[in-house]
Ligand binder design. Sequence first.
Ligand SMILES: [Zn+2]
Length: 799
Amino acid sequence: MMGCASSIHISDRVNHSEDSQNCSHPGHIKPQSTLTEVQFGPMKLYEDQLQVLLVFAKDDAQSNSFCWACERAGFRCNVARTPEAALESFQEKNHDLIIIDHRHSRYFDAEALCPSIRGISCSHNTVIVAVVKRPDREEATVMPLISAGFNRRYVENSNMMSCYNELLQLHHGEIRAQIKLRACNAVFTALEQSQEAIEISSEDHFIQYVNPAYECIMGYQRGELLKENTEVPKSEKNKPDLLENISSCIRRGKEWQGVYYAKKKNGDSVQQNVKMTPVVGQGGKIRHCVSVTRPLNDHNKTEKSCERVQAESQTDIQQFSKHKDRRKGSLDVRSTTSRGSDGSSQRRHSSMARIHSMTIEAPITKVINIINAAQESSPMPVAEALDRVLEILRTTELYSPQLGTKEEDPHTNDLVGGLMTDGLRRLSGNEYILATKQLHHIPGHLTTPLSLNDIPPCIAQTMENEDSWDFDIFNLESATVKRPLSYLGLKIFSRFGVCEFLSCPEATLRSWLQIIEANYHSSNSYHNSTHAADVLHATAYFLCKERVKQSLDPIDEVAALIAAAVHDVDHPGRTNSFLCNAGSELAILYNDTAVLESHHAALAFQITTRDDKCNIFKNMERNEYRTLRQAVIDMVLATEMTKHFEHVNKFVNSINKPLAALEENGDSSDEDSVQNILTAPENRILVKRMLIKCADISNPCRPLELCIEWAGRISEEYFAQTDEEKQQGLPVVMPVFDRNTCSVPKSQISFIDYFITDMFDAWDAFADLPNLMQHLDNNFRYWKSLDEKKLHSLRPPPE
Ligand SMILES: [Zn+2]
């Protein structure tokens, strides 16, 4: 025991006690160094001269011995005679050690003093010792002392060496441990301020600590994760073997680093670059696991995403009200305008303001904006030259969407990945052959089509309001036993005089509609003939809008109706990415490029022209047929989502903006200029593309009940794809569309945010569609409200 003394580092530096209250025992011993190095893990701590407070009402042998021992140990020592003086002295000096005389209750109550000291905020790292009387009969429990806040009991013993040894043991035990714990505050401060997300869990995966960056990134409130004994949330998107690999690494005490999906509070999975380090503790066992998360690719992203999440609730509200205000704003302008039809142009004007601030940011858009701005301050010849530049830019293929602004949202990511890329990925060899059993129905196997005049009354009745946007296609679907396209097609095509235009008998049109409908797969939950009929309905509705009528020729209208009817024919209920990944015959045939759309267009013409009985083009003049065919193909190909932003951008730049410029200059009454923009051949192509695109994905603009039904159908089709991808070992193209985990409201919100809002703003500014925008607003709020309740389903559960 005495050996301890040898570890004391004696230095020549002497500390003089200047305080009159200081212990004045005559000392002959050299005091200890004021600064000692203490190793704490990788941290080097410096221990200052220890401060000791003796609380003794009177000097006696015991207090004198402690004074002497302090001096010998090199500690600075104060003496307080009363509890008041003790508290005052402690507040001033924050002693490392307090020794309180607990032997004489007549002077002061040591068990009351201790809690008072503990009540001072900085006291938790202070060691407090009670000096007690030697028990004369039985040993009493120390529990009352511990409860009062004492760390230790010292049985009175005024032997100097005994006091000295007590101090040495305290110093190297409790006091030094407290000094190390104090350093933990610094370590925690560093963790708290780290931009990297840090998580510490126990060996059995319970969360023990997460820093604010972690909470931010994962969408938690401060301290929320620690409230209950939570396990680290796991994302289902990780492959099971990855999780197994990680835990076996950790179990063997090895570090694991790699890309891993973490699960956010809202259930979203987020891909992260994670380093997991096992921390070996007592008994050589793994006691903790530390995960440090770096964002993928971008070093600045943590900060950004952190800021973003911190403002999340706020942003949500803002986004919501932005959405609401936009819609509301556009409607309010109308309602406050009492000048009848002027209202619509006013409202369109406000839509134009939105178009100017549209977030679709292809580089070409920026270039065009810069040139437009430069034109304003340019002399005439320069402005004219720039006009020609703009013309070239607008008619070449420079448009490409800039993706990635919303890449953190897995729903958007998956939709973009699943719909906008062909997503060819290396496969493990097993080739998927597209089921062909249902392909290419031959006429004659079908019941003889009815004429428009003898459509059964129950079906005719469901089609009565087919010219209304709120028309219920699902009623027609059930009334016609899943053959809505033939019936609605017949009605709409006759309303537009298609037979007259094509010089084709109504019977041929009927056969054609039937063969086309038969080549839709009724087994698809979404891409069946009801979807085709729905797109045809929307197309017909848009064709009746004033601006559209001004822009398009009869041949464009006929092309649009035909394109709508055939645009998804023989759709296999799987996305382009799937077909490419599966190495399907179609993907091989079309070189992984616009596979489905190419197939729909090609098959439509094959079916139509193969048999005179259904060849609606048979009596057309050759050049007219070529023009019509070109237009139909162009429109069907325009439904491919990889070109979504290109089509919307071109439309905004070539049509919305020039029209808005005319309106802003007060030239809107200049009918010739308007007409020139509307009927320019290249612009008519853009209008037709935009028209069929909007018709194709107009589900979010339909009345709520229809919108919900469509959302259920598309989700089911994507779920079925994910099921099959898993079954066949194919890459899962849209992992969020997993029937076990998918939030339909979230996927709808992402789809609306990413694809719908801007496109329909532009289309509304052109075609004037307040009712659609009202539905869109309403539906968006519906999905938001479900999502806010954390519901994943189509509808709230019944009360
Ligand atoms: Zn479609």
